[in-house]
Design a protein around this ligand. Sequence first.
Ligand SMILES: [Zn+2]
Length: 312
Amino acid sequence: MKRIQLNLILKNISCFCLTAALSMAIASGSAKAAEAKHFIIIGVDGMSPNGVEKAETPVMHELMKEGAYTLHARGVMPTSSSPNWASMIMGAGPEQHGITSNDWETNKFEIPPIAVGAGGIFPTIFLVLHEQMPSSESAVFHDWDGFGRLFERNAVKVVENPKGPTNTMSAAVAYWEAHKPTFLFVHMDHVDGAGHHFGHGTPEYYAAVTVADRLIGDMVSAVKKSGNWDETILLVTADHGGKGKKHGGATLEEIEIPWIIRGPGVVTNHEIKTPVNTYDTACTVAYVFHLTQPSCWIGKPVVEAFGSQTSK
Ligand SMILES: [Zn+2]
C-alpha cells in the first residue's frame, strides 16, 4: 500500500516536473517570440533559390544556419512583380487582392479586390500594424518605383525610393541607425535587372545575387552594431525567380522563391518542410506582433519556423 502510494507520489512528481518543464519550455518559446521588437524584410526582386545556392552568398547561408528556411517557397501566378509583392504584404493572392499584373493601378484593374481596408486598397500588413499597434513605426525603402503603389502610404512613416541597390540599402541602414522602426521593408531590384539583361543562371546574374548578399550583410552589421540583433527578426525573400531572360510564366524556376528567417523565437539551422507561400509572409509578421490578421487574408503564419509542427 505504502509502496503504491509512494509510486503514485513519485509518478505525480515526475508528471508535475514534466508538465512544469513543458510549460516552461513553451513559456520560454513564446517569451522568446515576444522579445521580437523589430521585423525587417529584405525582398530581392527576381532572386531565385538557384541564385542563393549557386552564387557566393555567405551572409544568406549564415542566416539559414542561424534560422529557418526553405528554398521551395512559392510565389503566385502570374509570376510577375506586382502580383507577387502585393501577395507578400497583403496575406492573400491575386484572386483576393485583384493585383493581377504590373499594369495594375488603384483606379485601373481587371478584377476588384474582395475587400477594401481603411487605406482604400486591399489591406496590407502595414495597415494592420498601423491600426492594431499604433505605437509601431513602419518604413519602406524600395528600389523599384512600382512597389510604392502597393501599400497604404499613410500607414507608413517613411517611404523612400532611392535608385539602385546600394543607395537603397544605405538609406535603409541609415534609417535603421537613426530610428529603429518596428517594421522595415527593403526592396532591391538589381537581381531582376540582371536576369532580364543577361539571363537567369548567367555569371552576371550570380554576381548580382552576390551584391545583394553583401548588402543584406550591411543591414545585419547595422542591427548587430545597434545592439538590437537579439530582438530583431530578419526575413530574406523574393517575389519570383526567372527562366532565361524572363519571368511571368508557369514554371518552377519562375514561381519558386527563397524564404529565410532568423531572430528571437525562430528555430535554428532548420529547413522548413511545410509548404510556404509568399502570402504567408504578412501573416508571419502579424503572428510575431500578436496581431489579428484580416479575415480577407488567406495566408497562415509559418509556425514551423517558430518550432511548431501543428498548424499549417
Ligand atoms: Zn519582380
